[in-house]
Ligand binder design. Structure first.
Ligand code: SF4
Length: 305
């Protein structure tokens, strides 16, 4: 029976996601013509659906947008995507997160100094595709230690290691160690964003105090998947759920009394609230809810002893 619901110290919307949503909302309100978001504005289907219901279009290629305003998502794009859009006469509104742009700046600066970039990330993710597009001839993406080890010796080449904003801090630390052993002259630029760092650190703090961790977030959200993976490693029992509808009562066996909750950087607070409410119902109103200081909402009644 659930007795305690404890929320992570940091969870949910980050600065870059709030900013991108605000830019998209303001653009949709102020534009007379068609407004289309390129890719998902943020990786959460509830947010994406809300824009769709408000009449904002969504496409995955500039070729599929013929007129109006094109909004670039929080994950950014390659410069040639923006050039293509502008050359078609589209008005481009850029909602790329400033912390993704930090990677662009590092790459531009280092490539200008004749460095070659090794980028630790997922090539299937929008962010990585945008990053690579900033210097396609000078970047290699690796997503596993094996891929890193398979790269050439590159003794003469100036090298810098960068990383996807939402990568695992621990995996990047391992990759850095391995890369340094292989190329002692390699420079490292840790471009994991502070929202990711805070949410992963908060899961580490939460894990010892709970029996199971639920992470609210989409399966398309890289940072949500990492949080669930970390929760599983540290707590032994964790699940990634899109919403309260994914909660299964059979998870809460006798030994699972304390539930920890976190949420990815693209998850709206209301989805987390719905999860908390559902857990309270499952506990038959007996669970105590412990919010972090800044996000205090309410405390359910403790069971009569
Ligand atoms: S997770 Fe980090 S990089 Fe991505 S939008 Fe949020 S703050 Fe920006």
């Amino acid at each position: 029976m659930i007795k305690e619901i404890r929320l992570a110290r940091h969870y949910g919307f980050c600065m870059g996601v709030k900013r991108a949503i605000k830019i998209a909302e303001e653009t949709a309100q102020s534009s007379d013509g068609d407004v289309t978001i390129l890719n998902e504005i943020v990786h959460n289907e509830h947010v994406v659906e809300r824009f769709r219901n408000d009449g904002v279009g969504q496409e995955f290629a500039v070729n599929d947008v013929s007129k109006g305003t094109l909004i670039i998502s929080a994950h950014g794009v390659a410069p040639d995507v923006i050039e293509d859009a502008e050359s078609k006469g589209l008005t481009v509104v850029d909602a790329t997160c400033p912390l993704v742009e930090v990677i662009y700046d590092v790459i531009k600066e280092k490539v200008a100094q004749d460095f070659y970039v090794i980028h630790f990330g997922d090539m299937n993710h929008d962010e990585t595709q945008g990053v690579v597009g900033h210097a396609p001839e000078r970047i290699t993406v690796v997503s596993t230690p094996e891929e890193l080890q398979a790269l050439p010796a590159w003794t003469e080449r100036k090298l810098v290691l960068t990383v996807q904003t939402t990568s695992s801090m621990d995996e990047f630390a391992d990759m850095t160690e391995m890369a340094k052993a292989k190329w002692p002259h390699l420079e490292v630029s840790d471009t994991i964003c502070n929202a990711t760092t805070k949410r992963q650190t908060a899961i580490k703090e939460l894990a010892p105090d709970v029996d199971m961790i639920l992470v609210v977030g989409s399966t398309t959200s890289a940072n949500s998947k990492r949080l669930a993976q970390l929760g599983q490693e540290l707590c032994g029992k964790a699940a990634l759920i899109g919403s309260s509808l994914d909660i299964r009562k059979d998870w809460f066996t006798e030994d699972v009394e304390r539930i920890g909750i976190s949420a990815g950087a693209s998850t709206p607070d209301e989805l987390v609230e719905q999860v908390v409410k559902k857990l309270i119902r499952i506990s038959k109103d007996g669970a105590v809810v412990i919010y972090p200081e800044k996000k205090k909402r309410k405390r359910a009644a403790a069971p009569a002893s």
